[in-house]
Write a protein that binds this ligand. Structure first.
Ligand code: ADP
Length: 270
């Protein structure tokens, strides 16, 4: 089912102030895992009672891994990405992401952390319709105070990286779905983050376009030394990642390929 972010989550994700504590927060990772989650619990209080989404969840992701997360709708995949990307807070447990204790960040520090360390792409591109593709890609740089000429030059390089150097002057409405998602990918990486979090990045695209966008993600993941976590319903794409995990009943279970009979039916989970 298509899923759109709330306006407040999107605004937080695109907000990019810098803080004085940035150098302090940018601890050296050394050989440490890029993501280390221990005893993660996430509880939502709803009108119908308490929803215990994760209990004692653990996850360790090494630098350079490309990890797929699959699971039924409502399993908590987006929530997990939001917690890793400091867009949502854990109820309990420790979450270290890019050597940062994300739960300990203030709202302002969390925004700076995202700007510096996280590239985020979603099922929908969330490009700003009134700006050109080039300006959209430059936006995270402009938001952190990079001069316009420099920001546009860096953005032009990123448009070239995603094969859209001739589409810089186009507005999002003048681009195809696949092109819009390539622009969104360029925007997510323009600050050279270490971690790419992608929430169904190909979920709104036809099969051929989805394959091409995934090829691009895979290429950028390798060429930029990224660590990537991709939520997907597409088991063919999940099988191309270095590791696939299934989120089920609040826990992450290693997925074997081809999927075991009975564990998943068909190529898509929904
Ligand atoms: P998935 O990405 O696997 O489809 P989500 O992480 O979006 O799952 O949601 C997991 C569950 O948590 C769903 O049942 C959803 O309704 C619930 N949920 C998500 N965000 C909130 C919230 N802010 N308040 C209450 N429940 C929420």
């Amino acid at each position: 089912m298509p899923k759109r972010m709330t306006d407040s989550t999107l605004a937080a994700a695109l907000q990019t102030p810098r803080t004085e504590r940035e150098p302090e927060l940018r601890a050296q990772a050394g050989n440490a895992p890029l993501i280390q989650v221990e005893g993660l619990r996430k509880t939502y209080k709803t009108a119908r009672g308490t929803l215990n989404l994760f209990e004692e969840m653990n996850l360790r992701v090494e630098p350079g891994e490309m990890v797929a997360i699959v699971g039924q709708s409502g399993a908590g995949k987006s929530t997990l990405l939001h917690i890793l990307g400091a867009l949502d807070a854990p109820s309990a447990g420790t979450v270290y992401c890019a050597s940062t204790n994300v739960a300990a960040l203030s709202a302002r520090e969390a925004a700076a952390f995202r700007n510096r360390e996280i590239g985020y792409v979603w099922q929908f591109h969330y490009l700003l319709p009134e700006f050109t593709a080039l300006e959209n890609v430059a936006m995270p740089l402009l938001a952190r105070g990079v001069r316009k000429t420099e920001a546009l030059a860096v953005a032009a390089n990123w448009l070239r990286e995603v094969g859209l150097e001739d589409r810089g002057a186009h507005r999002p409405g003048e681009l195809s779905g696949g092109e819009q998602q390539r622009v969104a990918l360029a925007r997510s990486l323009v600050n050279n983050p270490r971690l790419l979090l992608a929430d169904e990045p190909t979920g709104d695209l036809d099969e051929i376009t989805a394959g091409r966008v995934f090829d691009l993600i895979e290429r950028l993941h390798k060429s930029h030394g990224l660590t990537s976590i991709l939520v997907t319903h597409n088991l063919d794409l999940a099988a191309r990642c270095t590791r696939a995990l299934r989120l089920e009943s609040g826990r992450l279970i290693a997925l074997a390929f081809p999927p075991l009979a009975g564990s998943t039916s068909g190529k898509n989970l929904s």
